[in-house]
Design a protein around this ligand. Structure first.
Ligand code: TMP
Ligand code: MG
Length: 345
């Protein structure tokens, strides 16, 4: 098996010299597409092994990259999952918290109750042996029970701020730079999460220390009563396997001006005109996030953070580009830079 650095150069068009100048430690796995090696994976180690990326069909990916570049950044939008996609799976050696797990309730017994549910359902969430329809029912059950516990055990807006301040949660390296690049290019970013919108917005406030005019959050949003206590959730619950049903029709602005209905529908129709999509997710269900769009070209980027051997096969087929082992966002940043650039190379 020979080295196939050219595959990598197709994806991120940088020369060998500039490649080392980037000091970008990357291990690339490509699927052999012909002859006796069909179906096997090749491992290419480049400059160490800090990060790993798998591309199942590099010529298809190259075609998609060319099509998106041809359309220009005015036709591009980014749709990103939040937990374990924009955020790190591990933070300082510990499992990073999801937006649900961050939240500490007024009655701490309820944190334990939710933790028990997490311990039961989370392994099922990523179990590749459970059929998707069965798994969707389990996920609906989990979200239903968790949201009921959140209401019953009390949550306040102040509690959210304090919870986030103490949280073990961090964005992947390169996320801020990615948002900055996309803001500069006027490319909208939709954070589409089965987590909690109010927590995600607070994490953005506290961890990024700035707001982005191009970033919107679509997620489960809390309704507070006049005393600032959680009363209910808005709309239908979003869980990891029904993002397709909600897709773009759930879109609400970052700061939730629900009275701004015409602004919102203008924004939605503007998004629907951006028919090229860069989609980022850590779950097969995340691929449904673009279902509300009649997209022309979509590049899907997956993050397979855990139990890599169990899911490598299905993930590498499902995503155009697959990052393994809690990789940084730097590869996506390079890809987005290339997609938005007008220079020919
Ligand atoms: P995401 O759509 O942003 O990835 O958010 C969904 C994640 O939230 C999913 O991977 C499981 C996680 N989760 C918890 O950690 N605790 C919970 O109580 C629930 C319902 C979900
Ligand atoms: Mg996720």
């Amino acid at each position: 098996m020979g080295y196939r650095l050219h595959h990598f150069n197709h994806i991120f068009p940088i020369s060998r010299t500039s490649f080392s100048a980037f000091r970008f430690n990357l291990r690339v796995w490509c699927c052999s597409q012909s002859g006796t090696n069909q179906g096997k994976m090749e491992q290419i180690v480049v400059n160490g092994s800090e990060s790993q990326v798998v591309v199942d069909d590099s010529s298809l990916l190259q075609k998609k990259i060319s099509a998106i570049r041809l359309g220009g950044h005015a036709k591009l939008q980014v749709i990103a999952d939040f937990d374990a996609t924009l955020t790190k799976f591990r933070v300082n050696g510990c499992r990073g918290q999801s937006s649900h797990n961050v939240l500490q309730q007024e009655d701490p017994e309820y944190n334990d109750k939710r933790q028990k549910l997490y311990e039961y359902y989370h392994p099922l969430e990523f179990d590749p042996t459970i059929p998707l329809d069965e798994k969707a029912k389990l996920m609906e059950e989990w979200w239903g029970k968790t949201h009921a516990l959140l209401i019953e055990g009390g949550v306040t807006y102040n509690g959210i701020q304090n919870s986030v301040a103490k949280a073990t949660i961090a964005f992947r390296d390169g996320v801020t730079e990615l948002f900055e690049l996309l803001e500069e290019k006027g490319v909208p970013v939709l954070i589409f999460s089965a987590g909690l919108a109010d927590i995600i917005e607070e994490v953005l406030n506290q961890k990024v220390h700035r707001s982005f005019k191009n970033v919107r959050v679509v997620s489960n949003r809390m309704v507070f009563d006049e005393n600032g206590h959680l009363q209910s959730f808005k709309g239908k619950t979003i869980h990891v396997l029904n993002k397709n049903e909600h897709a773009l029709d759930m879109a609400a602005p970052l700061h939730d001006h629900l009275d701004d209905v015409s602004g919102l529908s203008d924004e939605k129709s503007a998004l629907k005109k951006r028919t090229n999509v860069l989609l980022l997710g850590d779950h097969i269900g995340d691929l449904g996030m673009s279902d509300g769009l009649d997209y022309e070209t979509r590049i899907s980027v997956g993050f397979l953070n855990d139990r890599v051997e169990d899911s490598l096969e299905s993930y590498r087929k499902a995503f155009d580009i697959l990052y393994l082992n809690d990789s940084s966002m730097h590869g996506v940043l390079k890809l987005a830079t290339h997609l938005c650039s007008t220079e020919s190379d």
